[in-house]
Design a protein. Structure first.
Length: 129
C-alpha cells in the first residue's frame, strides 16, 4: 500500500491539504498574533498565527493536533487569511469552511474548531496593544 493512498476516502479538498500543507509551522516576531482553540471531547487543537504588515496579513501559519480534517481546516484558514482583507474574514464561518472543504456531518466539529480559532483571532485584534 502506498502511504499517499487515501484509504479512508477523505474528500479531495481535505486530502490535498492534509497531504501537502504549505502553511504548517510557526511564526516568531513582534508583529505576530497567535490564537488557539481546542476541543476536549475530540482531543483536537488548532493554533493559528498571523504576521501583520500594517493592516495586511503578510504570512499565516497553523499547527494542528487532530485528524486530517482538522489539519486541512488549519491549512485552508491560513490560505484564506493571506489572500483576503481583514473585512472579508467575517464571511468565514462554519458553513463556509464545510462547503470549501466538503466536510461531512461526522467531522463538522473540525469546522467549528476553525471558526473558533478565527473568532479568537478577531477578538485579539480588537484589543488595545
Amino acid at each position: 500500500m502506498n502511504p499517499q493512498d487515501n484509504v479512508y476516502a477523505y474528500r479531495e479538498p481535505i486530502w490535498q491539504r492534509f497531504r501537502a500543507p504549505r502553511h504548517a509551522g510557526r511564526l516568531d516576531g513582534a508583529q505576530v498574533l497567535s490564537t488557539q482553540a481546542g476541543s476536549a471531547a475530540t482531543r483536537s487543537v488548532l493554533r493559528l498565527q498571523i504576521e501583520l504588515d500594517g493592516e495586511r496579513v503578510a504570512r499565516a501559519r497553523f499547527r494542528a493536533y487532530g485528524c486530517p480534517t482538522a489539519i486541512a481546516v488549519g491549512e485552508w484558514l491560513a490560505e484564506q487569511l493571506e489572500a483576503r482583507p481583514r473585512a472579508a474574514w467575517a464571511a468565514i464561518d462554519v458553513a463556509a469552511i464545510r462547503d470549501a472543504l466538503e466536510i461531512p456531518d461526522d467531522k463538522a466539529h473540525c469546522a467549528l474548531l476553525g471558526e473558533d480559532v478565527l473568532r479568537a483571532l478577531q477578538q485579539q485584534m480588537k484589543q488595545p496593544s
